[in-house]
Ligand binder design. Sequence first.
Ligand code: URA
Length: 209
Amino acid sequence: GRRKGTMIPVTAERAQPQREQSATLDQCRRCDLWRNATQAVPGVGPNTARIMLVGEQPGDQEDLQGLPFVGPAGAVLERALAEAGVERKAVYLTNAVKHFKWELRGKRRLHKTPAQSEIAACHLWLEEELERVKPQVIVALGSTALKSVLKNGSATMKDVMAAPFEHEGRWVVTVYHPSYVLRAPDQETRRQAYDVIVDGLRQALKLTA
Ligand code: URA
């Protein structure tokens, strides 16, 4: 134990790895996405989380900040989590692909969907997170996440949307990606997509009970 009055080394304390992957992950060269990314973005959340949310890849803000779901999609997700009664801090949040893939459009870095080869190359890191956290339920946010979770590049969402199924000893709940709520063509579609996300999160919560 610590003696009374001993200085607590603040930096060492902070270095306590909540993000155990960060050093090695940032050096990952398993595909080429690192070249145009600012940094790799590891998952965040407690290693005891019973629910793991898997997104697609970091966006512009996530790439700059090094944290998942801190941009516009993250705001949608946060609202959905609150509405479903799932505490954000209690879940583990990560992405199928850890580096931002983008192309320049004017002055903006526009998201590009990762290739199957990139999803497969990055799967190792998701596997490490699954082994470490051992969640009871995985929520796959969108089709890239589903492909990675199932290790199947042909997996599609439509057969499994919002319908929990078992995979390798845990539950998988598939919902739309929160970005879809922001870019779907009409308001009705956006509202429906959002409702599916909230419903999926509620189901995930129930499955941990
Ligand atoms: N979209 C994702 O899939 N993940 C993020 O971290 C941010 C946006």
